[in-house]
Design a protein around this ligand. Structure first.
Ligand SMILES: Cc1cc2nc3c(=O)[nH]c(=O)nc-3n(C[C@H](O)[C@H](O)[C@H](O)COP(=O)(O)O)c2cc1C
Length: 200
């Protein structure tokens, strides 16, 4: 499927994102849902790491993490984020700027319950982003939690859950010869998406 950006008719970036993500899901060797997520701390220092987008719709893009982690703390102090997908197999990039917020506890519970048992234990065992003395310490925590919940359902840790990115800008970039790449920017203005083209 070829979608020339210069000819796109979509006024809604989610329709285009859906098409591109569909294509990336077929072509990308692993993790087409991997996003580079950038947050900013209270001193204005940016930080970036990969998270996995687990779902998306017109409300936004959802990922899961530990809210006590560095990213969790950074989001707590500044809800503005930037995010980027890169799909090498289809030579495309999608850049997003927006705001992030926690999803409901109920929705986090639903996703947590779908995870395998050992990942659930891992979510309890990891004090994500905190200093770790050695690997043994983590394994010990994992084993203790396994014992604690032996033969019973593992509840979602209160500090673990979903976050939703609500974009205010989405840019689609498509590699073209001679660096004449195509770029289309969708920006929210007065609650409507406005489309424009950018020089590469
Ligand atoms: C392919 C890949 C997927 C990842 N997915 C997640 C994820 O969905 N959630 C998460 O918290 N960390 C994920 N990580 C780990 C993060 O990149 C990061 O190491 C961790 O969240 C701690 O980041 P922080 O200290 O900035 O909070 C993933 C890493 C990779 C390489």
């Amino acid at each position: 499927m070829k979608i020339g950006l210069s000819k796109i008719k979509e006024r809604n970036p989610y329709i285009l994102f859906n098409k591109w993500f569909d294509l990336a899901s077929k072509k990308e060797i692993s993790d087409p849902n991997a996003i580079s997520l950038s947050t900013v701390n209270s001193k204005g220092q940016p930080n970036v790491r990969i998270v996995l987008m687990k779902s998306f719709n017109e409300d936004g893009l959802t990922f899961y993490t530990n809210s006590n982690s560095s990213k969790g703390m950074e989001i707590e102090s500044n809800v503005n984020i930037a995010a980027c997908f890169y799909w090498k197999s289809i030579e495309r990039q999608v850049r997003i700027r927006g705001k992030v917020r926690k999803i409901s506890g109920k929705d986090s519970d639903t996703y947590f319950s779908s995870r395998d048992r050992k990942s659930k234990i891992g979510a309890w065992a990891s004090l994500q982003s905190k200093p770790l003395k050695n690997r043994k310490e983590l394994e010990k925590r994992f084993n203790l939690i396994s014992k604690k919940y032996k033969n019973i359902d593992i509840p979602r840790p209160p500090h673990w859950g979903g976050f939703i990115i609500k974009p205010v800008e989405i840019e689609f970039w498509h590699n073209k010869p001679y660096r004449l790449h195509e770029r289309v920017l969708f920006k929210i203005k007065k609650r409507k998406w406005v489309k424009s083209f950018l020089y590469p």
